[in-house]
Design a protein around this ligand. Structure first.
Ligand code: CP
Length: 309
């Protein structure tokens, strides 16, 4: 698969075969991601990490991935610390950062910002989350984690629960899982259901998702329960957030209905949607999932920047 010099803006930019090749490469990266093996194959390259929205996992795992491969990192964590605060456009900012590095990773509050950046950058751009749009590298590490937990991605019964309207991780994930023949159940309050544009897209690709507000109806058949946070910061009206906050809480009582081998995943951060008592259960895969961001992002950096391991 030829990933050299390519943008990764949407999971729609990748085929099933390309996703599988990144997951295979990610598996090879695990001993390098833990530091057990060392390879500085990207020595001399520079990653520009622009995070204009808060992040713990995505930002730090991209940095860790880069450093593990010998790649240097320049970064900005706040828009207010750039000349955007003086009125510079995102397009001009991207042109500048493009001149200082070999690959741009961008997180931005506005949907479509990564596509715009890719249009203005000569070097490749990776979308690290654009508002309520998409988060394709999260999807790659989610698929990697599911494959680890379930052995295969084919035909999984996956329940997506929580904020499916504003949750960019589930937008990208629903589209990717459709490529692998998943049976999807979309569990959300009516006001937070998956956007019609995405539902129509996955239907065109052959998926027949079931929509419900009831987690109890769906949990017993799930191979994977993918939980998301209801994101206060995305609601234009705080009163609307209060109506749906705390709708779903996964605890050991709820899990009595689940298959013993059901995997629970969450892109994190969590607030109260998964009780801490679940963390020690065999179901809990979300911390392993967060670690998997390192090998998966190492694989992407190598594939795009041309480093062979
Ligand atoms: N999963 C995820 O995107 O986490 P961060 O917001 O901490 O990067």
């Amino acid at each position: 698969m030829d990933f050299y010099d390519r943008d990764v803006v949407s999971i729609r930019d990748l085929t099933r075969e390309e996703i599988e090749s990144i997951l295979d490469l990610s598996e090879k990266m695990v001993p390098y991601a833990t530091g057990e093996k060392v390879n500085r194959v990207l020595h001399g390259k520079i990653l520009g990490n622009l995070f204009f929205e808060p992040s713990t996992r995505t930002k730090l795992s991209f940095e860790s991935a880069a450093y593990r491969l010998g790649c240097d990192v320049i970064d900005v964590s706040e828009m207010s610390m750039t000349s955007i605060s003086k009125g510079e456009t995102l397009a001009d900012t991207i042109r500048m950062v493009d001149a200082y590095c070999d690959l741009i990773v961008l997180r931005h509050p506005y949907e479509g910002a990564a596509r715009l950046a890719a249009n203005f950058s000569i070097n490749p751009v990776i979308n690290a989350g654009d508002g309520a749009g998409s988060h394709p590298t999260q999807t790659l590490l989610d698929l990697f984690t599911m494959r680890q937990a379930k052995g295969s991605l084919d035909g999984l019964n996956v329940v997506l629960v929580g904020d499916l309207k504003y949750g960019r991780t589930v937008h990208s994930l629903a589209e990717a899982l459709t490529m692998f023949g998943a049976k999807l159940t979309l569990v959300a309050p009516d006001s937070l259901q998956m956007p019609e544009e995405i539902v129509n897209h996955i239907k065109e690709k052959g998926c027949r998702p079931t929509k419900t507000t009831s987690l109890e109806e769906a949990i017993d058949k799930a191979d994977v329960l993918y939980v998301t946070r209801i994101q206060r910061e995305r609601f234009p009206d705080p009163a609307e957030y209060k109506k749906v906050a705390g709708t779903y809480r996964i605890n050991n009582t709820v899990l009595r209905e689940a298959r013993r081998d059901m995997a629970i995943m969450h892109p994190l951060p969590r607030i109260d949607e998964i009780a801490p008592e679940v963390d020690s259960s065999e179901h809990a895969k979300y911390f392993q999932q967060a670690f998997n961001g390192v090998p998966v992002r190492m694989a992407l950096l190598c594939a795009i920047l041309g480093g062979e391991i």
